[in-house]
Design a protein. Structure first.
Length: 446
């Protein structure tokens, strides 16, 4: 039943052009996905909500857009070259590869292959270390290679620019540096759609504080970030929970970490991690680069390496959670409708406009004219390629909060029928009131 919901969401994403397989016409590429129009717009809305909340509306956080490819020394200092590994084991029977840490959870330390179950004892193979970093040859020739690395987290671009940002913005601590961008990991356990990808997007804040303020800031960010998903993204409270990391699962740089988890159809899983990274990163970058990355506090006249609290969110996982949370099947007049009850301001289109009868030229013309006007102010779509019932269902399925129908009466009374996605209530409003009506409802809670 549960995986059935996942299957339906995956199928909706492909059918309606939210998501396509990467390099699909050549047979696809494992754990790489492309976003179609509706997916790209929904993803942008999620990123905009985050950027707007933290960069545009606060005085203590500034933005950054650093490069994806970074030098090898960056990842020597950060510990990723040495410590960013998965311990993997191969099944001698079916040849599938598994992460040892996940195996322990599944098998309670009895290493039977989760796929072949009783048949193959995979303990006869030795686990091997796999580094998750993706490396690229930056030399023009093959015989004299030099390598750059695709960042596995956007965070390192923030740490290496800490001094640039501090010196150019003249800000004091606490100071956050926020970045949205791609990150790359050669993940080996794959297969849960966009939950775990080799190329994905992160929204990260590195929040620099005096060491004595770190614990307080950590608690603040855990609460702030879990509230964000409910208030700004519209996820249901009962589908969210916080989970603090056990000491043995902490990343090599973290003193403490709390995950914001979402109840996905395949179980509770991480949406975001909020970590206290201490002064690990700045200290290591200072050591390896031999640059002074300390901060002078004017008030206390003390010099120190700031501590960092890091709320690190995945764009694609938030996107996935939005779809899982919003997907509903409802019976309407004996028929099933699929509806995405997305928070209205995140919907790819705020309104769809249709003529009631597609073979009445004057209705089509008027509907197109209304559409052109509305589209210049709010995200809108026009459709006249099916009967009205089907047009409504199409929009329900992609989460459009309002549908406007132009009918014969519109020609004389200059009013249209506007239908609400969730309640399916219909009312008549003036053509000149459409934009105002929708804006009022969409932005009511922001
Ligand atoms: N800078 C800290 C950091 O990268 P992380 O827990 O490894 O921490 C943060 O990643 C977030 O990035 C995760 O909570 C998840 O939302 C997202 N993420 C990580 N790996 C991912 C992957 N392979 N595919 C999709 N999203 C991923």
């Amino acid at each position: 039943m549960i995986s059935d919901k996942l299957g339906k969401i995956v199928s909706l994403c492909k059918r309606r052009g939210f998501i396509f397989g990467g390099s699909e016409i050549y047979g696809g590429l494992s754990s790489i996905w492309d976003y179609g129009h509706l997916g790209a717009v929904l993803k942008k809305r999620i990123k905009d909500a985050w950027w707007d909340t933290y960069v545009e509306r606060r005085g203590d956080i500034v933005g950054l857009d650093s490069s994806i490819i970074m030098r090898e020394d960056v990842f020597m200092a950060s510990g990723h070259l040495e410590g960013f590994n998965d311990l993997l084991i191969d099944c001698p029977g079916c040849k599938r590869r598994f992460r040892v840490d996940k195996m322990e959870k599944i098998n309670e330390k009895v290493y039977r292959c989760p796929d072949c179950k009783e048949e193959n004892d995979i303990q006869i193979n030795q686990p091997r270390k796999f580094n998750l970093m993706l490396k690229t040859n930056m030399s023009a020739t093959e015989d004299n290679p030099y390598y750059g690395y695709l960042r596995p987290e956007t965070a390192q671009g923030i740490f290496v620019n800490f001094m640039n940002v501090l010196n150019t913005t003249h800000k004091k601590l606490p100071l956050g540096i926020a970045q949205i961008g791609k990150a790359f990991r050669n993940e080996v356990t794959t297969g849960s759609f966009i939950f775990r990808m080799k190329e994905f997007e992160q929204m990260e804040i590195e929040y620099f504080v005096a060491p004595c303020d770190a614990d307080k800031a950590y608690l603040y960010w855990v609460k702030e970030r879990s509230d964000f998903y409910i208030e700004k993204i519209g996820l249901k409270k009962e589908n969210m929970r916080l989970r603090e990391h056990e000491k043995d699962e902490l990343a090599h740089y973290a003193k403490s970490c709390t995950d914001v988890e979402y109840n996905f159809p395949f179980g509770w899983s991480e949406l975001e991690g909020i970590a206290n990274r201490t002064d690990f990163d700045l200290r290591e970058h200072a050591r390896v680069s031999k640059k002074d990355l300390s901060y002078f506090d004017e008030d206390s006249k003390r010099k120190f390496i700031p501590f960092v609290i890091e709320p690190s969110a995945g764009v694609d996982r938030t996107f996935f959670a939005v779809l899982c949370d919003a997907y509903k099947e409802e019976e309407v007049k004996g028929k099933m409708r699929v509806v995405l009850k997305i928070k209205p301001n995140l919907a790819p289109y705020y309104v769809a406009i249709f003529p009631l009868l597609k073979n009445r030229v004057e209705l089509v013309e008027l509907a197109k004219k209304i559409f052109a006007n509305v589209k210049s102010k709010i995200p809108a779509v026009y459709d006249d390629t099916a009967a009205i019932g089907k047009l409504y269902r199409r929009q329900d399925e992609i989460g459009t909060p309002f549908c406007v129908t132009v009918d014969v009466d519109t020609l004389t009374d200059e009013k249209v029928t506007i239908r609400d996605r969730d309640a399916m209530r219909q009312e008549r409003i003036g053509v000149d009131k459409i934009i105002e009506f929708i804006k009022e409802k969409i932005y009511a809670n922001d």
